[in-house]
Ligand binder design. Structure first.
Ligand code: SAH
Length: 232
């Protein structure tokens, strides 16, 4: 009997947690406007952010502030990236429908969802077991069958699934991992924040058809560190 009550309680709790109200949608539109003001122009990116309920990716305590342009804690000392950062990296990556994308740092799965919403195929790696395991309860598992989850060390990439059209690193890399460069297709691109200090420079690396690399530098950001090895 008690169990029945508990079940209906959790059901109601879940229904409320995953409710996308007019208020949420309104806040999301405001966020998209802000991203446009900050210089995001890629329509696909703006539309993906407008379509994805970011509050589903956060603890319900953040419900009212989920659409502020801020990073938030997601447990295990990690964060969901700031929407501007997600939009900026995705725009730089020039993602197209059908692109095969390698993501380092699954975290909350928000960035992967933005890429999936655009129609790319995502191979995302997380080194923290608890965060990796959380994908089993990911609300959009059936909506985004184009996201594949891996537990491992991003410095190694995924040689079995390589080569990739695009590579996105969502943690501060101390250097550009050579194994990830090797897993890019000719003509492919990597977007990666590099530096061990407080702030990192966003770089875009393009693998030319002759196998050489072109490097472009963009704005500075602040990410949690990309660490080697798995944490179990
Ligand atoms: N893309 C995430 C951002 C997560 S923050 C989102 O949208 O929420 C960065 C994540 O990178 C953390 O979860 C951290 O555990 C993970 N990470 C750090 N170093 C890594 C590595 N070498 N391989 C895989 N994941 C790594």
């Amino acid at each position: 009997m008690y169990k029945g009550k508990a079940d209906s309680f959790s059901f109601v709790w879940l229904m409320r947690r995953y409710e996308d109200t007019y208020q949420h949608k309104g806040m999301r539109r405001q966020l998209v406007k802000l991203l446009q003001e900050k210089g995001i122009t890629d329509e696909q990116v703006l539309e993906a952010i407008n379509n994805i309920p970011r509050h589903y990716f956060l603890d319900s305590a953040f419900d009212k502030i989920a659409y502020e342009d801020r990073a938030f804690p997601i447990g295990e000392g990690q964060t969901i990236s700031q929407p501007y950062t997600v939009a900026y990296q995705t725009q730089l990556l020039q993602v197209k429908k059908g692109d095969k994308v390698l993501e380092i740092g699954t975290g909350s799965v928000y960035q992967a969802s933005v890429l999936a919403e655009i129609g790319a195929w995502i191979y995302t790696i997380e080194r923290q077991k608890k965060l990796y395991e959380a994908h089993k309860n990911f609300i959009f598992r059936s909506k985004y069958p184009n996201i594949k989850f891996f537990y491992g060390d991003g410095f190694e990439g995924l040689p079995t699934y390589a080569p990739f059209d695009k590579v996105i690193i969502t943690a501060a890399a101390p250097f550009i991992p050579p194994k990830l460069l090797a897993q890019m297709k000719p003509g492919g691109m990597m977007v990666i924040p590099v530096d061990e200090g407080e702030v990192q420079r966003m770089l875009r690396i393009t693998k030319q058809t002759d196998g050489s690399f072109k490097e472009e530098a963009f704005d500075q950001f602040s990410f949690v560190p990309m660490l080697s090895g798995k944490q179990g």
